[in-house]
Design a protein. Structure first.
Length: 295
């Protein structure tokens, strides 16, 4: 079926509001990594969704927050640039009546662009339904939203309505991505993100946010086995020891979990190797950030 409409939809919000979970729910498959920890997403991820003759390109963006490092500045810039070039925007918020400074700043960015924007209230399965109206009333005076959509991204409630509202807003034009393509994210980055998700899952405190993962090797053997070799960069020697764990136990745990997911992704056998290296204060070093793929 040929595409008649296509466009970009930016998904923005503060950290830990469930942006990646929402994008995965709309796409119907896991593309962005998720975790209960804030600032999980660092790059902008394009998720390509085709509904009939319309193609939606969902831009999953990092959680918007006041940057404390050069990495934080990079992530904030990704959000601002994503909003500036979009055909529609979704401001994702948690089910609280209070409007925070982060939401006010994002609304300020939305006011600068001429595109429809929806307030999407996530995690509504955690609150009484009558509270939804209080949240809507808190945001109504601040911006002329095109609509207010309560959802539970985790339970996939409200997702069909959200798609229904977005599809007719896309401009007429050909597909932005070829048929069958679900993302423009390179396979090496996808592999690195799977490994980093497991670091977020198994590690605690500040360590996960001080870890970057780079895929050094990704190749398929003649027998079909896929070799994936990743380096985990951390900021301190003590973090290196904790990532490796006693007798290598933690690194094995991270690797086994990541390998299982990679094998599901590639539908075949994966041989995964992980190394851990120290790059002190990499989050504040522009040259190192560039080398690690934060461009």
């Amino acid at each position: 079926m040929s595409i008649e409409r296509s466009g970009l939809v930016a998904v923005v919000g503060r950290p830990n509001t469930g942006k990646s979970t929402l994008v995965n729910a709309m796409l119907g498959e896991k593309l962005s990594i998720v975790s209960p920890k804030p600032q999980t997403t660092r790059h902008r991820v394009c998720a390509v969704l085709q509904e009939g003759t319309t193609q939606l390109v969902l831009l999953d963006t990092p959680g918007f927050h006041a940057p404390r490092t050069r990495l934080g500045e990079y992530m904030a810039r990704v959000v601002r640039e994503s909003v500036s070039e979009t055909d529609a925007a979704l401001l994702l918020v948690e089910p609280r009546s209070e409007v925070g400074d982060t939401e006010l700043e994002l609304i300020g960015h939305l006011k600068k662009i001429a595109c429809p924007a929806f307030l999407v209230i996530n995690k509504v399965d955690l609150i009484p339904k009558e509270r939804i109206f209080d949240i809507i009333n808190s945001y109504k005076p601040l911006f002329e939203f095109s609509g207010f959509v309560p959802v539970s991204a985790k339970q996939k409630d409200g997702i069909p309505l959200l798609k229904e509202l977005l599809l007719p807003l896309m401009p007429e034009g050909p597909a932005l991505f070829p048929e069958g393509v679900s993302t423009d994210t390179p396979d090496k980055l996808l592999c690195a993100e799977v490994v980093r998700e497991k670091v977020l899952l198994f590690m605690h405190d500040e360590i996960p946010h001080g870890v970057a993962v780079v895929t050094e090797t990704l190749r398929e053997r003649e027998n079909g086995i896929i070799d994936v070799e990743c380096t985990l960069y951390c900021e301190h020697d003590r973090h290196k020891g904790m990532l490796i764990g006693k007798g290598g136990a933690m690194l094995r745990k991270i690797g086994e979990s990541a390998r299982t997911e990679l094998e599901e992704m590639y539908e075949g056998k994966v041989a995964l190797k992980l190394w851990v290296k120290v790059r002190e204060n990499w989050r504040d070093n522009p040259a190192v950030l560039q080398s690690l793929g934060y461009r």
